[in-house]
Design a protein around this ligand. Structure first.
Ligand SMILES: Cc1cc2nc3c(=O)[nH]c(=O)nc-3n(C[C@H](O)[C@H](O)[C@H](O)COP(=O)(O)OP(=O)(O)OC[C@H]3O[C@@H](n4cnc5c(N)ncnc54)[C@H](O)[C@@H]3O)c2cc1C
Length: 578
């Protein structure tokens, strides 16, 4: 067998080197507020730590609504040129704009990923994850938020109440969808442009999914149930990725009350007793400065770095902090409750073809794609699982890039995928469990912030997740018996991992063998245990956390829109309080 995976990885590495040269030109800087210089001991009304999905939205709202002085501190810089082009998401992981934190090898899951670890891709640039993610836009199921409201005893988090914030962040541009009843569930004058990309190829798959019992819907956004299959919505507009940096911060370019400090890392939150007073930072010039917040410090460093920063600043589990000699400011379960959507990729060999590969359009999502949300129990209104179904033409370099550099499966698996794709199109199915019970954690590896924290993902540590994943995989595999799939002699590609196993044993082996991340890390500073329902850190004044880490449970779908909704709601709370 040829080593197509190794060749793909070396091509990606060459592309990444070329992009590094381009990024030094800062071709996108003109869109954003210029890098603001900092003076030691200066003060601001609000200091926002991290200019990612949540931080970009929050800093914009706080500075747009008032004359308050806002400082946004971001460790990375401007999102480079390639992040703007929807086609180009595959070479971005493992470049300088990705933290590429590694998970702890649990010896159980992720064993067929490169190095048996999960490479926890996270954006280190303005826009954070939204500048390198896969742009799928989904609100989630109403049940997700109603469950939050019930866990938290706070109805302001139920779907009817958070819908106003989803509408605030959305600018739906799809005229066909706007002509349907779904228009009522979307914003049309919000910040992030959202589009659909229906295609004749997708239509064939939607028909097969309908035969499986999952209805084709124009949109899975719903007041009652998100179950259905559809052409997904994408955060793409004007031929560009609509990152939260572009959607929010680019509009703040002329604000004179917003200072955006780039290439600056917050080292520590400063306290006077139990009141947060400011932060200590390291600038791009290597200066160590202290900066003060008159009203609040807001931590938006993401689900892995927010808990790290809080713990290094004295907020976290007492015994863990003491083991690193960190004085305890508040004993809280920071870093616990880490969640992600457990995932596994299925590759299905589809139609034979010798047609020339269609020219790629850089301005849209790379290939025709559908999303599918289903429950094993057909009477349940919210989904147990999601599949994201990408149709690659035969001999597709993009499919190999997704396998090797995005999912980071081993060369052995990607070579099998390559062989299956020779002369046949393939359906690349990303199969995800929506509401896992398993939890992992983020803990300190060192008292030095430049050392990445330890991340134990905890995937399938609760056996019920593996059992449900198996049921979901079996459920979805029924698609192989639908008319269209049978007509093209569709076959599940044999990864060679589970030879000799059948039925439930086969799927259990498959789920574990192919387990990977969906990059939906969340929950490590959860509402209810670490922050209250207005996102204030419990027992501390002047400190909030606003990002994916505050989610108490996962959302049924890709989470960027939910993270942004949280930032929109947080801005409303902060402005109301001050
Ligand atoms: C590869 C990938 C694909 C994804 N695909 C999708 C998708 O298709 N659809 C979807 O909805 N979601 C997707 N997601 C998930 C989504 O993008 C993230 O959940 C979301 O971006 C998280 O937002 P956040 O604000 O919590 O953190 P982030 O966006 O990660 O922001 C944290 C920011 O803080 C900065 N920072 C960290 N520490 C410090 C410090 N000490 N000092 C200063 N700055 C600091 C970081 O540089 C970063 O900019 C994907 C994520 C990844 C990684």
């Amino acid at each position: 067998m040829s080593d197509a995976a190794a060749t793909t990885l070396s091509t990606i590495s060459a592309v990444q080197s070329a992009l590094t040269v381009l990024s030094a030109l800062q071709l996108t800087a003109f869109r954003y507020p210029s890098d603001c210089s900092l003076t030691n001991a200066s003060s601001y009304d609000y200091i926002v730590v991290g200019g990612g999905s949540a931080g970009s939205a929050l800093a914009y709202r706080l500075s747009a609504s008032t004359s308050h002085k806002v400082l946004l501190i971001e460790e990375g810089s401007y999102p480079p040129f390639e992040t703007e082009i929807p086609l180009l998401f595959t070479p971005i992981p493992k470049t300088s704009v990705d933290y590429d934190t590694s998970s702890v090898n649990d010896g159980y899951t992720a064993q067929n990923l490169q190095d048996q670890i999960i490479s926890l891709t996270q954006g280190k640039m303005l826009g954070g994850g939204s500048s390198l993610n896969h742009m799928i836009h989904v609100q989630g199921d109403p049940h997700d938020y109603n469950q939050w409201a019930s866990i938290l005893g706070d109805d302001s988090w139920n779907y009817e109440n958070v819908l106003q914030y989803f509408k605030k962040l959305e600018n739906l541009t799809d005229v066909d969808l706007l002509a349907t009843a779904y228009a009522d569930l979307h914003g049309t004058d919000g910040m992030i442009k959202i589009a659909r990309e229906p295609s004749a190829t997708s239509a064939k798959y939607l028909k097969a999914f309908a035969e499986l019992g999952v209805p084709t819907v124009d949109d899975t956004t719903s007041r009652t149930s998100s179950i259905g299959a559809t052409d997904p919505l994408y955060a793409i507009g004007d031929n560009l990725r609509q990152s939260n940096a572009l959607a929010y911060l680019a509009r703040a370019k002329s604000f004179d009350n917003l200072c955006v400090a780039l290439s600056t890392k917050v080292q520590k939150i400063l306290f006077d007793g139990t009141t947060a007073t400011g932060v200590q930072v390291n600038t791009s010039k290597g200066e160590s400065l202290v900066l003060y917040a008159k009203k609040e410090v807001i931590v938006s460093a993401g689900a892995i770095h927010s808990p790290q920063l809080l713990m290094l600043s004295g907020i976290g589990p007492k015994s863990h902090l003491e083991s690193f000699g960190i004085p305890v400011v508040a004993d809280l379960p920071v870093g616990q409750n880490l969640m992600d959507h457990p995932s596994a990729v299925l590759l299905i060999q589809m139609e034979a073809s010798t047609d020339p590969t269609p020219a790629a359009n850089p301005y849209i999502f790379p290939v025709p794609t559908t999303t599918f949300y289903a429950a094993v129990d057909s009477s349940q209104t919210y989904p147990d699982y999601q599949t994201i179904n990408l149709v690659f033409p035969h001999d597709s370099g993009a499919m190999m890039q997704l396998c090797t550099n995005v999912f980071k499966y081993s060369n052995d698996i990607c070579n099998k995928f390559y062989e299956a794709n020779v002369g046949r199109s393939v359906l690349f199915v990303v199969h995800n469990l929506m509401m896992p019970n398993s939890r992992g954690n983020v803990s300190l590896a060192s008292a030095d912030i430049s050392v990445e924290p330890l991340v134990y993902t905890g995937t399938y540590s609760d056996c019920s997740d593996l059992d449900l994943m198996v049921e979901c995989l079996e459920d979805f595999a029924g698609v192989l018996n639908t008319t269209y799939f049978r007509s093209v002699d569709a076959t599940l590609v044999d990864t060679g991992l589970c030879t000799g196993k059948t039925g439930t044993e086969f799927w259990k082996c498959y789920a574990l063998g192919m387990s990977a991340t969906m990059w939906h890390y969340a929950g490590t500073c959860a509402m209810g245990s670490v922050v209250d329902t207005t996102l204030k850190v419990k027992g501390i004044n002047g400190l909030r956390v606003v990002d994916a880490s505050v989610m108490p449970t996962e959302v049924s779908g890709n989470i960027n829109a939910a993270v942004t909704m949280i930032a929109e709601k947080a801005a409303a709370h902060i402005l109301a309080d001050n």
